[in-house]
Design a protein around this ligand. Sequence first.
Ligand code: ZN
Length: 215
Amino acid sequence: MQGTASVERAETAGNPWNAAVMSGFTRDTKRYGDKLVYEALGSKWRRYHDAHCRCGLNWVTEHAEPAGFTVVRSGTGWVALTGPGLTEDVDESALTTDALWEAVTGKPGAGRAEAVRVVERSDAVAGDRAATGAGGAQRCERHPEAEPGPVTDKQLKYLSTLVGKVGRERFDTAFDAVVQGTGVAPRGDGERTGQALRRLTRATARKLITVLAGP
Ligand SMILES: [Zn+2]
């Protein structure tokens, strides 16, 4: 992945609202409670998406969310995300944005480790109280595994795109691997791809997207 810290600084320099926002892993008790998040600068990730995917759609709603990432907060030109492989189930001493990069660009990440930025605010104590009392960011997070619903339209759309990219053979293999032990039957003989996709649950679709969007 490109290392563009200097470019980010240039982008945010003239904009007082974004002055404090750069892409990065962040701990900020006032904003996010005890949750580790990845704050993504929209202009930077849009550029990555435009350069590699070129689908012209919104990278957050069409790629990041269907792939299992959750928007916990957003502001002018930035969005804070959590998700497996990004801020969950990760080694905090070797954080990378590869999982998000792969979902957004469809290409393997470079494995470049990033540090966590800890934001200390003068009113952090009041923030702590607000986070636990009034429901911090952690309450808003959706847990994919706890959502037994059917595959969503967005997931179907994105999976159809991915099938076209990776080819039927890889798709069939990934489909059978992902549904194993989930109650969703493997690919049937002569079953059309669209039919198979519609049999997925929201959770299995998410897993399949992660597998197919990866390297
Ligand atoms: Zn795209």
